[in-house]
Design a protein around this ligand. Structure first.
Ligand SMILES: [Zn+2]
Length: 351
């Protein structure tokens, strides 16, 4: 697939790395540490359309990232220690902590062996309804729908939409529209049923796409008991909190904490906002999570940890280790803080 934005970003990151610009700006922009964001770690080939390719990196690339960052002087710490480092300010060495969202099974089978080899702590944020298969991964369902169809039609309040999905370009266009409609127009609580109807009209069962790819509670308990592992909360149903009424959002946050506490025996201290972008987390959500008693919360905003984050422990940015950018030069450029400045036009990223 040709993606102009992706290509431009890659050219920029390569140029910044090889010209020395990234190293030159690093001392002023790279901050005191970083939180890496991962989703899936495995060797499976990408799907033909590759719509979710950004979510998967290989174990080998993970190993390269950890090796390189250690050589760069990073110390890998747990999320508890990262919060301590930010709160305390000016730690001796730059630190990094690793987070993985959603609780994919390959975290246990493919990522943990790499973390063990390096002795690096990690945090996995889980949403109990995903864990229990009560909700499916809609981003994979969308890909499945457009992959299977040559023609896609659906009714909305604004009329009927139809897409020719006979070509890869048509499928991508349909997926973009479907994703946009689903995440902005369909209420969070109705998304699963709406997608199920689209996948198999007339059947009332909630669609469950590839639940086997997600860890069950026994597997999550193994992570919780692992000396390097921490389990964090990610709402119950993986809802966009900003699209929920106040009471519903508060319940999602508190119930995810309580269910995880019951299932693992430990109350989670750290939280990740589902989606984590601007339209999914704002000041209201930050306040709710802080008041729920979590020690930290992470977004998906692109940013380095700065000393000032001690006043923003519930709006911490991360660096996405993205499956579309599996070259160590890209990661090095991101770690310089240059891409943060380029994308956000500021050094301190919160919400
Ligand atoms: Zn998530």
């Amino acid at each position: 697939m040709f993606d102009g934005r992706e290509l431009a970003r890659k050219l920029f990151m390569n140029a910044a790395h090889y010209s020395g610009l990234a190293s030159a700006v690093a001392p002023s922009l790279s901050g005191i540490g970083t939180i890496l964001m991962l989703h899936r770690v495995n060797d499976e080939p990408a799907t033909e359309l590759g719509l979710n390719r950004h979510l998967t990196i290989t174990p080998r690339f993970l190993d390269t990232v950890l090796t390189t960052m250690k050589r760069m002087g990073y110390t890998f710490v747990s999320m508890d220690e990262a919060v301590e480092c930010v709160s305390r300010g000016s730690p001796q060495a730059r630190f990094a902590t690793i987070t993985l969202d959603d609780g994919y099974l390959d975290n246990l089978t493919h990522a943990v062996p790499v973390f063990e080899a390096h002795g690096t702590p990690f945090t996995i944020y889980v949403a109990p309804a995903l864990t229990e298969g009560r909700v499916g991964l809609w981003w994979e369902m969308v890909e499945e729908i457009v992959t299977r169809r040559d023609w896609l039609v659906y009714l909305t309040d604004n009329g009927k939409f139809s897409f020719d999905c006979a070509t890869p370009e048509g499928k991508r266009e349909a997926a973009r529209h479907l994703q946009d409609y689903l995440t902005t127009q369909v209420p969070e609580q109705d998304q699963q049923a709406w997608l199920a109807e689209l996948m198999a009209p007339g059947r009332s069962t909630v669609a469950r796409s590839r639940c086997s790819d997600i860890m069950n509670w026994d597997e999550i308990r193994r992570i919780a008991a692992h000396p390097l592992g921490t389990i964090g909360a990610h709402t119950v149903h993986h809802y966009n909190l900003r699209r929920l009424a106040l009471g519903d959002a508060e319940r999602e946050i508190a119930a995810s904490r309580d269910i995880i506490a019951i299932e693992t025996g430990t109350s989670p201290r750290h939280f990740a906002y589902p989606y984590g972008y601007e339209k999914a987390v704002g000041e209201r959500e930050v306040r709710m999570v802080r008041e729920a008693g979590f020690a930290s919360a992470v977004t998906t905003r692109h940013g380095m940890l700065q000393a000032e984050h001690r006043n923003h422990l519930h709006a911490l940015p991360r660096l996405s280790v993205n499956g579309r950018y599996q070259q160590i030069g890209y990661v090095r450029t991101m770690l310089s803080g240059l891409t943060v400045l380029a994308e956000s036009r500021k050094r301190l990223v919160t919400v």
